[in-house]
Design a protein around this ligand. Structure first.
Ligand code: ATP
Ligand code: MG
Length: 207
């Protein structure tokens, strides 16, 4: 009985070893093939929670390697966010929040358009500035969705940016023009959210 068990155990071990070896071969081949060195454009979209926090997490990763970063937040909430309070004083982060306090409550469309265009003009300068290794344009997609900014112009600036810059853009929906030029696109799916269970938004989790 115990011999039988040992045999089947050894067989399972061998099968596992073979599977892992085959997997490693595939991964090694892929690694060998990925030789290009340049910055990437990453889009985080979808209705689930986790887009901005993932982008700020990646920025923390870049900063850990001594890189220099800038953030433009295209939508300003009512409360100072934890990410703003944490990163604003970091010596290698320039943190910009779109002017005129655009929020969901603003009523003045012309003022919102002017604020969005001013913020995007800054983004275009950052995309040509060798000082920055990592750029985060948080909630940019809403500006396109509302027609405040032109997707073609944004795509053009992103495509002609400095070769080694990494750029992350978040927002629930992404314009086709941006998806066409992105290197990585992740969809954060909404399966459940505490808000719908009636749980109040809280500091450190929502903002
Ligand atoms: P986070 O900043 O937590 O990573 P996000 O960037 O993916 O979230 P946004 O669409 O920017 O999400 O929404 C911002 C705020 O709305 C956050 O406070 C977040 O917790 C909340 N939120 C995100 N998804 C949902 C949802 N499906 N239902 C309710 N609230 C949500
Ligand atoms: Mg967000």
């Amino acid at each position: 009985m115990s011999d039988q068990f040992d045999d089947s155990d050894a067989l399972a071990q061998e099968k596992h070893r073979q599977r892992m070896a085959a997997k490693k071969k595939i991964v090694d081949e892929r690694i060998a093939r990925a030789q290009e060195e340049r910055g990437v454009l990453i889009l985080l979209k979808g209705n689930g929670k986790g887009k901005s926090s993932s982008a700020f997490g990646t920025m923390a990763r870049a900063l850990g390697h001594g890189q220099r970063a800038a953030v433009i937040q295209f939508i300003k909430g009512r409360k100072a966010t934890g990410e703003y309070l944490f990163f604003k004083d970091h010596p290698r982060v320039d943190f910009h929040v779109m002017g005129h306090g655009f929020t969901w409550e603003t009523q003045d469309r012309d003022q919102d358009i002017a604020a969005a265009q001013q913020a995007w003009a800054l983004a275009e300068r950052l995309l040509q500035d060798e000082h920055y290794d990592f750029l985060l344009f948080d909630e940019l997609s809403y500006m396109i969705k509302y027609g405040y900014l032109d997707a073609t112009r944004i795509a053009a600036a992103l495509s002609t940016r400095l070769r080694n810059q990494n750029v992350m853009i978040t927002g629930r929906t992404m314009a086709t023009e941006l998806q066409e030029i992105a290197d990585t696109i992740s969809v954060v799916q909404d399966e459940r959210h505490a808000f719908r269970l009636g749980i109040k938004a809280q500091a450190g989790i929502e903002y």
